[in-house]
Design a binder for this molecule. Sequence first.
Ligand code: C2E
Ligand code: CA
Ligand code: CA
Length: 659
Amino acid sequence: MPAVMQAQVDDIIDGHPSTLALNAINLLVALCIITFNHGLQLRTLVWLALALSILVLRRISVNYLRGRIIVAQKPKSALFIMSLGAAASGFCWAALPFLIDDFAPLADDAALIILLGGLAAGSVVKQIGYTPLALVFSIPILCSIIFSLVRIGEWPEYLLAGCLMMLIYVFVRRSLWTERMFVSNQLARLEATALADSLTRANNDILRQNTRLEALANRDTLTGLANRMFFNGHLSGDIARAVVVNEQVVLLIIDVDRFKSINDTLGHSAGDTLLCDIGNRLRDTITDGSLIARLGGDEFAVVVTGERAMERARNHANRLLLASRAAIRCGATNSVIGLSIGLAAYPDHGANAEELLACADMALYDAKRLGRRQMREFNPDLKRDAERQRIIEQDLEKAIESGAVTAWFQPQINLATRDIAGFEALVRWQHPQLGFVSPPEIVNAAGVVHLSDRLTARIAADVCLLSKRLPELGIKGVTVALNVSPREFALYSVADMLERVTGEHGVDPSLIEIEITEEAILDPEIAGEQLKRLETAGYKLAVDDFGMGHSSLAYLISLKIDRLKIDRSFAQDVARFETNQKLISALVSLGESLSLDIIIEGVETAEDAAILARLGCTTAQGYLFARPMPVKQLEDWITEHQNKTPLKRKASHLSVAGP
Ligand code: C2E
Ligand code: CA
Ligand code: CA
């Protein structure tokens, strides 16, 4: 096995300098002994020179083998060459007894015999790794001693020669045994090293996998930013640190405006690319080491800590809003993507990560509510609003079921005759804890908790009940209006629900008017088909808050709208504002030319009513005539109103009915 041979070579080379040095010393000692016993002779000097030359050559050959990397690449050749060197030295020593005349191994030259025997034994003891090298050195020496003993022909010499032969046998066996031990040691060492290597490799693999898993666990795979899990831990850690060092931790929550519709229209891969671009933009803008994370979907977060954290966070937000004005790749086109940002700070707004997140979310919601593309900072009012919103959402279902949410009605009056021209149903809820809950709050909460259909069905049922009661109160053929918010058409089938409710109550659809804002009219995709169905079924359609938006006139005509309800901002103080008068008269003529009824709402003073009548408005609604009121009170109001002669009614214009 090359690795074992390599170890054998290394073992020999390690001991090579000392082997050669010992050899040289022994050569000099041998010279001294010979000179002492036999005098200095030329042949002894020649022998010494030859032996020393061999040692030098052996030294050179080892250096050569090392330099040519033969030692490492061809260990077998290296062993062979070194064995040749050892054999040369061995034969040189073996020649010594033959150089001396009358060599007397057990008399004068006994010291030489001891030296030679010691050399042979030393070589076997020293070269344990590779048997041939020890044996090619020692066996020639021992054979030479045996030969010189046998040559004497006496019994003691014979006996000693016999012992030496046995010694050769012992040397050979011992050498082979030590070599086997050496080889098995080397194999064990190699195995251990290989095992250690593979353990190290496995360990490195595990470490690499751990780093990868850690990255996977902490990074958002799409954008490469920190993910929510890492963000949560980091934010808690930052707050814990801030408690000790008495610092601020500022959190920005960033939301991509209308991302959902981009995703839906351009596809998910375009959405992903967009999120990556936004991630890069965040990285480019926020370079002070603040943590940037993607919390999921289109929501990103930045945690700013350290000195002047608040100032830096505000700067980040402003720069992000500025950067978001640059167009960004969005599918096949470039678009400007708006960002909304909410800011909250520890300890000012929240005491822990969870509270801080909730506060930043509320600020974000506020930014969106105020028209998006802006940053809002948290303030305690937002918390109150959110808590109120939460309670409303939580209690709404029960309130609808129990009838706590109900319709109040506001009469509509014919400006010329002062006769009742109709009613509008307006949702009312007196919450036991929150007090009066405004209709937009109720309608929004219903949208959030998916109760829009049940809410409108509840009001529609109240509308039907009033519609059926009206003939008994002496009022025939007037409509009762019901508000339907534009978003509802996308949430459920308003047409199905209304047909069901009016069917259950046996009410003629032509006595029900549906008030929708221009927004719904503008979105024919969603509302168009349902509005057509309602119109075909006989329901009256009115455009609420008319004048505030941009209704498509062509579409209005195609839908066969019955009424335009001019927004109350035009009615307010109309007597004083000439521009409003001009606008109203323009809207009235528009209505006339399209054969649409016109009703104006929000009439509060007799002066305004008089002007409006002069401008051509036929029907009006407002506090001047009556406030919205519950059915019981409405019945009394109707009776009272009906009992008044037109003249009396005129006189009572200014009295305001109801709460
Ligand atoms: P809107 O449909 O424009 O309703 C008219 C609002 O003006 C009502 O407010 C009414 O109380 C108020 N109002 C009537 N006369 C006067 C007046 O002379 N002066 C002033 N300042 N205000 C007057 P309300 O009841 O708070 O409703 C607000 C909005 O909530 C409504 O505006 C409507 O958009 C929505 N809403 C009300 N009830 C419902 C409902 O049942 N369903 C849906 N979807 N929306 C509703
Ligand atoms: Ca209305
Ligand atoms: Ca209105």
